[in-house]
Design a protein around this ligand. Sequence first.
Ligand code: ADP
Length: 537
Amino acid sequence: MQDYSLNITQLFQHGRTVHGDSEIVTYHGPDADIQRSTFAEVGDRADQLAAGLAALGIGDGDRVGTFMWNNQRHLEAYLAIPCMGAVLHTLNIRLFPEQLTYVANHAEDKVIIVDASLAPLLAKVRDSLTTVEYIIVADGGDADARAELGLGETLDYEEVLAAQQPGYDYPVVDELAAAAMCYTSGTTGNPKGVAYSHRSTYLHSMAVQTMQGLQVGEADSILLIVPQFHANAWGMPYAAWAAGCDLIMPQQFLQAAPLADLIEKTRPTVSGAVPTVLTDVLHNASDADLSSLRFIVCGGSAVPRSLMEGYDENFGVTVVQAWGMTETSPLAAISRVPKNNAGDDPYAWRVRTGRVLAGVDMRICGEDGSVLPWDGEVTGEIEVRGPWITGSYYLEDDDEKFHDGWLRTGDVGSIDSRGYVQISDRAKDVIKSGGEWISSVDLENTLMGHPAVLEAAVVGVPDDRWDERPMACVVLAEGQSATPAELTEFLTGKVAKWWLPERWTFIDEVPKTSVGKFSKKDLRASYAKGDLAVEEV
Ligand code: ADP
């Protein structure tokens, strides 16, 4: 067979020609017109962006940051930047200023493309960005209007494109060259950079399209709720482009009401979002018409059964759980009901974290590093390797994150004989009580099954007798009430008796990380400072 370079340029040229009439659809809010462009048009504009960046001196391996919502221009950056040989660095708009400065400087971004509505956030750090030579603003208006943004001298996105013609002469890039990079959200210490190669992105895009993956095809249209800065929006943009699948981009309209409006107007068939967004839609737009959706893929943190049931019963839409990390491109496992399921309750399968995808090797290891069996019982740290799993962190000394060439995921769980993985905790959130592990994920998911509970996070807190015990932090649904005694009663029989929390606190909101996960670090810190009103039972 031919030795053919696996690269994003091949996918790009395929999509813009073979699927030239597929569409990128951008939402501008409930009262504005919906913007529609064909792949052919977007392809031409990506050419112009590549030429414009080249005119600014961007060349092989240079990093170009994006600080953007999910929209058409962000997709143009996804296509132009890697294909011209540069590296797309998607910046997380929700990072704290210090972290944002750290990642942009660490990656040595030369250019940042920013949506005008996000300019105030970038302006806060502009003076500390030491490597950025140009800032290109999308929708920022004329030079006078842009001068008000606090970003110093800037270029206008449309002017950069208008100065160039379609038909950029893309180089042949080495398949092992970096195409894109993304930093982990850095819940402890500084964020760590992961660089995706052209080859890894190509192979991941193929896996995402498969029936065992996210089932992306030309007949579909994906509503991309998961941000493009969160692990490449789970690989859906490139997979959709390659398959000719329409992409619907919600920009900043991520609350329940505008999402419901967008779904009703554009009728997507597939979507992807973290549990917090889906919970919001279920509670605050329960009368929405989601009937166009075949399924919604959900991950990033554990997906409670109650959320899946809520979507089945209320909307008639299947929520499919997937598992992955920034380090794994991210799709590594996805949970669907297997054949030969002996008529089991489908939820018994669907609530599992995921079934490993072809292309990913997965194993569990004990604390001594020994490899443990796939028996669905024993738990240990999940380790993975494969062509779209990172082999190192960008410019980091990171030996402890790897084990004989496998990535240590920091997730604790079991794997069964059919390759279903069940994550019980992140290693750093594990609750060890009297020498035994309590799964905070199980406790949370069970608690969230109570009708009065909107969200529940369970963290380990110090305990004189047992070293550590679980404390439940509960957010009640609007207009609902529940006492610790009632919730304990509800848990009884559903989890082991010795798991039942003695400490309870009712809070207005669970603090979230920049990618919408429960920030247990913040909850533990609030408890240690005595900031939480804790009831003991
Ligand atoms: P970061 O590492 O930057 O917080 P990621 O999105 O890369 O952000 O996080 C990956 C982690 O998210 C996994 O290691 C795992 O702990 C968690 N995660 C992802 N999907 C699931 C899932 N379906 N169930 C439980 N945890 C999940």
